[in-house]
Design a protein around this ligand. Sequence first.
Ligand SMILES: Cc1ncc(COP(=O)(O)O)c(C=O)c1O
Length: 376
Amino acid sequence: MKPKLEFVDRLLGEIRKEDLYRNLRYGHVSGSHITIGTKKLINLCSNDYLGLEVKKSTTSQMQSSSRLVSGNDVSFKKLEKKLASHKSQEASLVFPTGYMANLGVISALVGKKDLILSDELNHASIIDACKITGARVQVYRHNDIEDLAKKIKHGKMRKFVITEGVFSMDGDFARLKEMTEVTEKNNAILILDDAHGDFAVGDDGKGTANLFGVEKKIDAYVSSLSKALGSFGGYVAAQDSVIDLCINRSKSFIYTSALPTFLVKMSLERIEQNRKTRQEALRKNTASLSSGLKEMGYDIKSPTHIIPIIIGNEKKTLDFGRYLFDNGVFAQPIRYPTVPKNSARIRVSVTAWISQKQVAHALSVFEKAGRKFKIL
Ligand SMILES: Cc1ncc(COP(=O)(O)O)c(C=O)c1O
């Protein structure tokens, strides 16, 4: 142990003391199951909401260069055209991840003199993106339109409102209809990160804005290809000029290697598939899991496939997660700093993979756990 690095152990000790320590677990995911060590569990922690199949023909070729150098395989063009039309926008741009798409579009559009209004539960990638712009950031209370309307009135600078579509840790929908009214009234630019709604909700999986009938009122979409599409990467969809600006100003696009071609092709294959039956299975599984939990007395507010069971105390949440694990159900305990302190939760994410029989088994384990930990 190097004396100059002793502080690292001290920091880890503090994290452990607060029951916030995380360790990596190795597992093998196959369909609706995950195997961890020798244990095969029902996987209720996956973002592969639709569980789409992929053809074996997908190549594994790599380009190992920035897209502005030699990494711009022609398959990007096809995928970006499809993504733009999927979002009813003029153009789109694929980034290596959704995280980088947020960094890229927000830093390209927002300048130091601007004002950002950001939902208090926005994802870490939005928070980081806001920081690098140097702009003034006003955080409004979660999904609180009155607070947003009040805060947006300050000053005459250019204004940006940034929200998630389906909130990643609470599973609720952003109040997009009211939000578009506020942004229109104040001539503000609305950026929607729909990583968890995209391909999963709305007509043909077009996402949350489509679901609420405000697709055209969104100025820039951000999404991930690694949630319901089950592939990898991120993208921005917007009017031509916004995409052009990203190509020219987004450091997370310019100064990084392109997404490997096989992943671009994988997204293309998946976006071309008919996803209707998978979306229907997702809806059915969500409805039965959610209504089952409600019927046994859990306080479930989420209307989507992300269903948090809020427990509060970090230690109790870890013990609850361990009990689920020991009984064949994998659902991740989520703690600070991903969610506020004392709002630790089990985040259940439903996929089309699981069968009704597995839903029934998971529900029986949740019922026993609820009683054991005095939540029910
Ligand atoms: C709301 C939201 N935005 C962006 C991202 C980042 O997407 P990616 O995993 O593709 O980097 C995530 C991923 O967890 C997310 O939940």
